[in-house]
Design a protein around this ligand. Structure first.
Ligand code: UN1
Length: 502
């Protein structure tokens, strides 16, 4: 079996601990992909020392030149798209169509970032004083810590790392323990594209050990974390105490609302994809389906038939609709929520158990599960599960649907199926989410728009689009007075009436 390494101080190296963990295929646990380092705090120290050197050089590289390297990284992702999709499916399970989409999201992010190197806009505004200019521009921050989850093993690291690099920062990257192979290939691509080796450092291992050491390191002033809301709170606590810049992307309990006037077939297609795509393991997954009373039975009946017909299996096999869950802990959590739902008298209409058919014996498979008559406010309806469980809630009115959507602690995405343009715009205005889709499911964010959520989903920052560049750079303001005299702002330029510039 192959043993993989960290990338620290410009070389592929063993961890200081000498310890490793196994990376296995969740669709077939007898398939061992390789051994990956269990790094320790000493590895973080070495990585930071090297990244600080890399930063000094990289920050002085013109942003358009930094962009050129990211464009080359995009080209290499294009050339290796199918190969990366295959290794990604092998280590995390979602079908090849989805992992190809994941790589494509990375490609889109690379090309967007490359052109941002020729923008990175600041502002030039008039000064209130004569012969004086006033302007703002962007500076890099330093060494950024990037901690990413398993569900989008390439797309999410690219959302964070490309903008961080484009802005002139150095990066210490800690991919999730379940997807170290994709993380390794991504770093290989960055190096092949021409990134100076000390600008990127890759550390594998456990979140509690190496992740925690990155978060608390005093010379890593900026951090970006995608993961659970509970871990995000811990990260936030440390970063708050140390006055670090932090971007958090955390849980969701996203709802699709299907109103009586909607196209039921379109909504059905959408909910199957939203709820069971990626085996429900997306922060944007549709985990609640809010059906208005007249359309309720029609959608629900067909939904159950279609969910039962979904083909579970190895994501690398043709015809697979739904892959496995990521690991046994995740499957146990999903099972606990089936128990919780039943204890709360929700109707289990399909699924609810491990899938055991032929070819599924050695994987973490779980049947697509639909609960109906779920009560708003119940645990099943409120808590993030991160698995293939859909809770159906019946409502009478648009107002009630919107209230149920909003009455959760999370606020990532929402979706409304309606043909009424007035209701569509009301939804955009009133739903408490970072993203609302009209006549499309809760998943499907595009790389060039800001991505993120309100309430306990995030902490006010956005990834993607133009906004992420705000996070990875500091605004600096410059004033240039070429009058040759001392001009005192607010003092020398207003007359006695305090309202008219002299
Ligand atoms: C996530 O769910 O963790 O919108 C990210 C989507 C994807 C990204 C999801 N483009 O579903």
């Amino acid at each position: 079996m192959k043993t993989f390494r960290n990338f620290v101080a410009g070389a592929w190296v063993e961890p200081s601990t000498g310890e490793y963990f196994d990376n296995i295929n969740p669709a077939d646990t007898t398939d061992l992909i390789g051994r990956f380092p269990l790094s320790g705090a000493a590895d973080v120290e070495r990585a930071v020392a090297s990244a600080k050197k890399g930063f000094e050089r990289w920050r002085r590289t013109p942003a358009p030149a930094r962009g050129d390297i990211l464009r080359k990284a995009g080209d290499l992702l294009v050339a290796r798209k199918d190969e990366i999709a295959d290794l990604m499916t092998r280590e995390m399970g979602k079908p090849l169509t989805e992992t190809r989409g994941d790589v494509q999201e990375g490609i889109d992010t690379a090309y967007y970032a490359a052109t941002e190197g020729r923008r990175l806009f600041g502002h030039t505004v008039p000064s209130e004083l004569r012969s004086k200019w006033a302007m703002s521009f962007r500076r890099p921050i330093g060494v950024c810590g990037i901690i990413t989850p398993f569900n989008f093993p390439l797309a999410i690291p690219t959302w964070k790392i490309f903008p961080a690099l484009l802005c002139g920062n150095a990066v210490i990257f800690k991919p999730a323990e379940d997807v170290p192979h994709t993380g390794t290939v991504f770093v290989e691509i960055l190096l092949e594209a021409g990134l100076p080796p000390d600008v990127i450092q890759l550390l594998h291992g456990a979140g509690e050990v190496v992740g925690a050491a990155i978060v608390s390191h005093p010379e890593i002033p900026a951090l970006s974390f995608t993961g659970s809301t509970d871990v995000g709170s811990l990260v936030g606590e440390t970063c708050g105490k140390m006055h670090k810049r932090l971007s958090l992307e955390m849980g969701g309990k996203n709802a699709m609302i299907v109103l009586d006037d909607a196209d039921p077939d379109l909504a059905l297609e959408g909910v199957l994809w939203g709820a069971f795509g990626t085996t429900g393991q997306r922060c944007t997954a549709t985990s609640r389906l809010i059906l208005q009373s007249k359309i309720h039975d029609r959608v629900l009946g067909e939904l159950v038939d279609r969910a039962k017909a979904m083909k579970l299996g190895d994501g690398r096999k043709e015809g697979t609709d739904v892959g496995p869950l990521i690991n046994e802990a995740s499957r146990k959590k999903v099972e606990r929520y089936v128990d919780i739902g039943q204890a709360q008298n929700a109707d289990l209409l399909c699924g609810g158990k491990r899938a055991t058919g032929k070819g599924l014996e050695n994987g973490y498979f779980f049947e697509p599960t639909v609960f109906a008559r779920v009560t708003a406010g119940s645990r099943l309806e409120q808590e993030e599960i991160f698995g293939p469980i859909l809770s159906v809630i019946r409502v009478d009115s648009v107002d009630e649907a919107f209230a149920v959507n909003n009455d959760v602690r999370y606020g990532l995405s929402s979706s409304v199926y309606t043909r009424d343009v007035n209701v569509a715009f009301r939804a955009l205005t009133e739903l408490d989410n970072g993203i609302t889709y009209i006549n499309a499911p809760t998943i499907g964010a595009e790389a060039h728009l800001p991505f993120g959520g309100v309430k306990q989903t995030g902490n006010g920052h956005r990834e993607g689009g133009w906004e992420v560049y705000e996070f990875y750079s500091e605004t600096k303001v410059g004033y240039v007075d070429f009058s040759g005299t001392l001009q005192r702002a607010q003092i020398d330029n207003y007359g006695d009436d305090a309202t008219t510039l002299l």
